[in-house]
Design a protein around this ligand. Structure first.
Ligand SMILES: [Zn+2]
Length: 151
């Protein structure tokens, strides 16, 4: 008798519908492919529902916490940009390397008017600005601090 055809214990049941499986392969768990698919879909749905429940149960961040979090992101962004550029040197790095260092492109402090800097829009994190060129290269510049902000 081949190893995989050992008799099942008589009480072994389909994990999905509970029907007795009868004799068959020792590792058999389902009646058929339909029960297997249904079972796996149920597991997936339950784990998704649990995740959604956990996310909903998490208390929302307070406004001060939220502001601190954004400040942290901006400071980290600035620190990363600072490594590649100073007032005498334009920096260049691949976007994927910037992201790899933990750079977050979602948050920035200001962006240049497209009519200045040769039409290129730079996004700034404080005094360091960057823009992505074609091919995924990021150009990083440093500009004088905007100490006199009127608007
Ligand atoms: Zn079944």
């Amino acid at each position: 008798m081949p190893l995989n055809a050992i008799e099942e214990p008589a009480d072994k049941k389909c994990l999905d519908c509970g029907t007795a499986l009868g004799p068959g392969r020792v590792d058999r768990k389902f009646c058929d492919a339909a029960c297997k698919t249904n079972y796996n879909n149920t597991i997936k749905r339950e784990s998704r529902e649990e995740k959604e429940k956990a996310a909903a149960a998490k208390p929302e961040m307070s406004v001060p916490e939220y502001m601190i979090r954004i400040e942290e992101i901006l400071r980290k962004n600035r620190k990363i940009l600072e490594k590649f550029c100073d007032e005498d040197r334009v920096g260049r790095i691949r976007m994927r390397d910037l992201i790899g260092r933990g750079f977050n492109t979602k948050f920035f402090t200001s962006q240049t008017d497209p009519t200045v800097l040769e039409g290129n829009v730079y996004r700034f994190c404080f005094e360091y600005g960057y823009r992505e060129e074609e091919g995924g290269v990021v150009v990083i510049i440093c500009r004088p601090r905007e100490v006199a902000i009127d608007n």
